[in-house]
Unconditional design. Sequence first.
Length: 140
Amino acid sequence: MASLRMYAPARFTRTAEVRAVLDPHENGGQECDRQVVWFDGLTLAEAQRLLALMPPEQARDRQNCAPSFAEMVALGARYPDMRFHGYRVDPSRSDERVTLEGFYIPVEFGEDMLAEVRYLPDEWDEITIDGRPYFRAWWD
């Protein structure tokens, strides 16, 4: 019996095209199994490329109350300096996917961004990236 998968086809997160986008941003997997691999600093163009490469239903994927993958990309289109962070679930699991769990945006746009999301992030703060202040938001 074939295993049921959240999104099809199996191994879509490890195609050469998806790897070219994600691999430079990946931070490594969980110590015990590498089934979940985090990434950080994904640009808007890279997020748009991923959205085009993945199965259509992946566009609705979300981290709990976060905007969906497609909604995050749409928000980023209005704020082109936005960067994304999230994780990739390995093909060995039936819930293989790419999830955007948060973003970085120049601090001057942080309040505007909060007004545009349906549910407030679980956490947010201000950080410095390359000497510039950014607003960081994420959903647990």
